[in-house]
Structure formats: structure tokens, C-alpha cells
Design a protein around this ligand. Structure first.
Ligand code: BGC
Length: 505
């Protein structure tokens, strides 16, 4: 009996020992994997770092590239496109105008009525729709017929009110959020598609003519009278409300900026024919490139697999279309190199499956258990990950978004530097804190990435203060707008009409 007990006890001890060994081994293995993940995270943080010194170098590089792009066509990756907009709206405009805005993910149609005073601006109707993905690689006819039919529905809704009762054509501004080489305020040819659009054989086509053709085919009483980049629309709207607005930036699906430049600085344009002595320049900053940009293996892969590789390098680091995909790539790599996310999810391998609005939802998840993160991961085919893994995902979102926001701040500071509004007193001289030197400067900002993503905003504002210094940053007002690009394009059209009307008298 005693022997049996001894044998059983020994056997139990052996089993317990083996179980313990297995458990210890597992724990060691888990720890090793976790250490690996921590190593990957550290690597990620280092490669995405944007220290102040580097940001300042970028500010200088942007100002230099802007200058180069103004001197000669093709002188810089920054296209610095002429817009033929020399007078910005000031509040005195009158009449009823329309705008159709084709953005990256949405299109909008609006009708505004202007009564000759800022306070009388009335947005009478506005429609927002997401762009069907099938349009992105359709044909020119399909795209423009789609836009014209949407316009037709919008106008039919008007009934007999508004302008239709008058015996005049409706005047429409086409807000077109893609790079265009303008030949006048109302015409211009597409340079290339961005943001996932890939309609072939459209580069070189006159965009306003394409829309006018589709509108005419439907017999609509509409005159496409202005072709406006979204940044320029945003600047017009900003300036209408606040004349200190001298630049506008879009942080949406894509990213871009425009600003008011002295015509004598636009050396590549011999005869800018402006009365105001200045012209709005569409920078197309999404294409900015500098060796100082913190480019990582994730950016290189994303670019290589994109529809427009070797193009729009800056946009691919800061645009809403891309941030989600960078985060997805990081999570995928971590799940390939360790099993902390469980078996590798095939959904996670799908490009663009993680959208930036999900990144912001995860980043700003303030539930103790990070429920939002768990839900979004589940949609990506990753379920039941422990809290520490969910925290890791939040950290990844933070690293990617912080870099984007800081680069965006460097972009804005680059424009301010070019305009001598960054508080620095000339080349190589000390930064001045003399408030006398600084004029109030307003930068209009539009786009969902800025308005819907608090952490992006906070990081950008913080970086602006870091780069410019508190005193200068206080003089720089970042004004967020909603639908400013569309409304502003209509205002611009109205103001070009009032100029024409006056000069015709
Ligand atoms: C386009 C710009 C546009 C920006 C923001 C970029 O992809 O090239 O023209 O202003 O997106 O919509």
C-alpha cells in the first residue's frame, strides 16, 4: 500500500513537473515573442521619428522647393500651378451660384445665394454623396455622365424656385480635387490622377469641357464657368470671412496646399495679367519630396504597390487615404513575425481594408478595455487579443498619425517661411520673438482628417508651436472649415463675375 502511494505521489510529481516545464517553456516562448514585438515597436518608433531639427530641415526644404517651382516649369517636384485667381472674394458678391465638388471620396453639389454682404451668404441647398468605387477606374464618359446626372437631379429638386425662373443659365464652379494645369479660371487640363482614381486617357483633357459636354448632352441649363482646385476653394472661403487668410491646406483623402503669391515672384509666368499684383498658387504639395522625409520600409512598400508609384510621396505619408494602410502594414508585419495577433488574417492582407477613420476610432478609444479597438480588429479577422495587444495597436496608430501631423505642420511652416511669416529674420539670422514683426496670418484648413481626428489636430498644433515658437505660433491662426472648398469655389466664381461686370461697365 505504502509503495503504491509512493509510486502515485512520484508519478503526480513527475506530471506536475512536466506540466510546469511546459508552462514555463510556453511562458518563455511567449515572452520571447513579446520581446520581439517590443523590438519591432521600438524600430517603428525610431523610423517614424520626426525630431524638431529634422522638421526644421524640412521647413527649409519646402521653402526652397517652392521657390524652385516658381522659377521654372518642372524646376521642382512641387508643381506650383498657376490658378488665374488674383482676386479673392471679399463679401460684396451677389447672385446665385452652384458648385460641384469632386473630391477623393465624396462629391458635393451646392447652391449658394449671396446678397452683397458677408452676413447674407446663404447655402440654399447642399448634397453630399460618397463616390461609387466603380467610378474610380471607369471611363471619362461614365464619370462625367454620372456627375451630370447628379446635377440634373439636384436641379430638378429645385422646382420653380431659385434661378430657374430667371432667363439665365445657372453658373457653376467645378471644384476638382486633382492636379490641373489651368489655362484660365475656367479651363485646364488634367495632369494626372491621384488618390486611387485611374481613368485612363484623361490626362491632357480639359476638365471643364468634359463636364460641360456631359451637361449639354443632358440639355441642362448650366454653364461650367470656373475650374477650381479644392485648396483654392478653401482659400476663397477663408478669405471671404477673414481677409488675413493667405493660405489653405486640405487634409482629407489626399493633401495639398495653396497660397497667395506676389506675381513678380512667379518667374516662370512671363505675363500673369493680374490687377491685384498677386495670384493664388496651387502647390500640389502631395508630390513634395526631400531626403529629409522619414521614409520607412512601410512607405516604400505602400508606394510600390500603389497605382501611382514614385509619385505623391508626401501625400502618401500624410493623406487620409494612406494612414490606415500604413497602420495595417505594421500590424500585418507584427502578426507575421510573432503570433500575438493569432493566426495571420487574410483580411489583414487586403490593401486599404483599414480606413483612417477606424485608425482614429482606435487611437481615441477611451474605454478601459479598448472595446473599439477589439471591434475593429475583429472586422480585420483578428479576434480575442489580450488588452496589452490592443494597447500595442493604439500605440501603432499614435506613431503613424503623429508623424503625419508633424510633417503637415512642417508643410505649413514651409509656406510661412516662404512668405516671410515664420518669424525668422532672413537667412541664417536668429529667430525673432518681436511681435511687431509678425502679422496675423490665417491658414484655412479643410478635410476630414483634420476635422474628425482630434489627435491629428493636437499633434499638428503642437508641432507648429515647436517649429515656430510660442510667440510666432500665437499669430498664426489655423481655421477649420466645413464644405469651404465647395462654397468657396462658388464665391470665387461670384467674385470673378463682379470683377468682370465692373470692368465691363
Ligand atoms: C490632389 C490635389 C488635391 C488634394 C486634396 C491631391 O491628391 O493632387 O489637387 O488638392 O489631393 O484633395
Amino acid at each position: 500500500m505504502g509503495r503504491v502511494v509512493v509510486i502515485l505521489t512520484t508519478a503526480a510529481a513527475v506530471v506536475a513537473c512536466s506540466v510546469a516545464t511546459v508552462m514555463v517553456r510556453r511562458r518563455v516562448k511567449r515572452r520571447r515573442k513579446w520581446r520581439k514585438v517590443v523590438g519591432l515597436l521600438k524600430e517603428l518608433e525610431e523610423s517614424f521619428e520626426t525630431p524638431l531639427g529634422r522638421l526644421r530641415q524640412m521647413v527649409d526644404a519646402i521653402a526652397v522647393e517652392m521657390q524652385a517651382g516658381l522659377v521654372s516649369e518642372g524646376g521642382s517636384k512641387l508643381k506650383m500651378l498657376l490658378t488665374f485667381v488674383d482676386d479673392l472674394p471679399n463679401g460684396s458678391e451677389r447672385g446665385t451660384y452652384y458648385a460641384l465638388h469632386l473630391g477623393g471620396s465624396y462629391f458635393r453639389i451646392i447652391r449658394v445665394h449671396l446678397g452683397g454682404q458677408r452676413s447674407s451668404l446663404e447655402v440654399q441647398d447642399i448634397e453630399r454623396h460618397s463616390i461609387p468605387t466603380s467610378l474610380l477606374n471607369s471611363t471619362s464618359e461614365v464619370l462625367f455622365d454620372f456627375l451630370a446626372s447628379s446635377l440634373q437631379r439636384f436641379i430638378e429638386k429645385e422646382g420653380h424656385e431659385s434661378i430657374s425662373s430667371q432667363d439665365v443659365k445657372r453658373e457653376l464652379a467645378f471644384t476638382f480635387s486633382f492636379p490641373v494645369k489651368q489655362t484660365s479660371l475656367s479651363s485646364g487640363v488634367l495632369i494626372k490622377w491621384t488618390k486611387g482614381f485611374a481613368i485612363s486617357e484623361m490626362a491632357g483633357e480639359d476638365i471643364a469641357e468634359c463636364l460641360q459636354g456631359a451637361v449639354d448632352r443632358r440639355g441642362l441649363d448650366i454653364h461650367v464657368a470656373a475650374l477650381v482646385n479644392d485648396t483654392v476653394g478653401a482659400l476663397s472661403y477663408g478669405h471671404y470671412h477673414d481677409p488675413d487668410t493667405i493660405a489653405a491646406v486640405v487634409f482629407g483623402t489626399g493633401s495639398n496646399a495653396c497660397y497667395l503669391e506676389r506675381t513678380d515672384a512667379i518667374i516662370k509666368c512671363q505675363n500673369p495679367r493680374t490687377t491685384s499684383g498677386s495670384m493664388v498658387v496651387n502647390m500640389e504639395w502631395g508630390n513634395f519630396w526631400s531626403s529629409r522625409l522619414p521614409r520607412t520600409s512601410y512607405d516604400i512598400e505602400l508606394d510600390a504597390e500603389s497605382l501611382n508609384s514614385n509619385d505623391m510621396g508626401f501625400e502618401k505619408m500624410i493623406g487620409g487615404m494612406y494612414l490606415g494602410d500604413i497602420v495595417r502594414r505594421v500590424i500585418l508585419r507584427m502578426s507575421q513575425e510573432s503570433d500575438i495577433f493569432g493566426p495571420i488574417s487574410s483580411i489583414l492582407s487586403t490593401p486599404f481594408v483599414l480606413r483612417t477613420n477606424s485608425v482614429s476610432a482606435m487611437h481615441e478609444d477611451d474605454t478601459p478595455e479598448l472595446h473599439e479597438v477589439a471591434t475593429i480588429l475583429k472586422h480585420l479577422g483578428v479576434s480575442k487579443v489580450p488588452l496589452k495587444v490592443r494597447k500595442l495597436v493604439v500605440k501603432i496608430c499614435d506613431v503613424v498619425t503623429r508623424r503625419a501631423a508633424r510633417l503637415a505642420a512642417a508643410g505649413i511652416s514651409g509656406i510661412l517661411k516662404k512668405l516671410g511669416r515664420d518669424g525668422s529674420v532672413g537667412e541664417g539670422r536668429r529667430r525673432s520673438s518681436d511681435k511687431q514683426m509678425m502679422r496675423r496670418t490665417v491658414v484655412a484648413v479643410e478635410g476630414g482628417l483634420y476635422s474628425n481626428y482630434r489627435m491629428f489636430r493636437e499633434y499638428m498644433d503642437e508641432a507648429l508651436r515647436d517649429i515656430l515658437g510660442e510667440d510666432v505660433a500665437r499669430q498664426v491662426v489655423i481655421k477649420a472649415m466645413e464644405d469651404g472648398s465647395s462654397i468657396g469655389s462658388a464665391l470665387l466664381l461670384a467674385s470673378s463675375h463682379s470683377v468682370r461686370t465692373i470692368s465691363n461697365i
